[in-house]
Every structure is written in C-alpha cells, then in structure tokens.
Design a protein around this ligand. Sequence first.
Ligand code: F3S
Ligand code: F3S
Length: 105
Amino acid sequence: TYVIAQPCVDVKDKACLDECPVDCIYEGPRMLYIHPDECVDCGACEPVCPTESIFYEEDLPEEWSVFGPANADVFEGLGAPGGAAAHGPLAQDHPVVDSVTAVGS
Ligand code: F3S
Ligand code: F3S
C-alpha cells in the first residue's frame, strides 16, 4: 500500500484525491489517509502531491515510519468503507497527527 506522511498535516492539498481510481484516500480533520486494504498500489497519487507526502510504504522515510501504522489504524472500527466520497470525512485524526504541532503555534 501507499501511505501519507507528516507533510500533509495542516496542508491537505487534495490533489491526490483526483488521481485515485478507487477513491481510497480519506480526509481527516488535519490530514488525509490511504486505506491500506482498498489501495490498489496504482501509484497515481504519489507524484501529484505538492508536499511530497505520499510514499510506497517500504519507501517511507524512517522519521515518518509511524505514519505507516497510522494510515491503517485510523480505520480501526470502520472496516473497509469502500470509498471515501460515499463515506465522508473521518471524524478524528490518528493520535500521531494530534501530536504534530500546528504550524505557527
Ligand atoms: Fe495531502 Fe498531498 Fe494529498 S498534501 S491531501 S497528500 S496531495
Ligand atoms: Fe489510490 Fe494512490 Fe493507492 S492513487 S490506489 S491511494 S497508490
């Protein structure tokens, strides 16, 4: 699967959303997350992100390794909704994101 890492936090450019053929990129309050069971590894989202937040999980930089599990764990209890547009935004971010200090604060 591909994962979204810290540079997305508080930016949420959303260029990635237009590229995903299976609509598996879900919006949280402060960042977006890729559903690991719904992503088909097409890779279309990765080059369009202006903050270079998207990585194939095995290429995730060490400093952001926690975002691998975070992209999966944020869907705990939701299962595989089968599409971000139909499901709507996630009510909460992963705790890892909550701990990222907001820019300018
Ligand atoms: Fe975030 Fe980049 Fe998508 S900033 S919303 S991962 S285009
Ligand atoms: Fe979608 Fe990106 Fe996966 S475009 S299918 S989330 S690699």
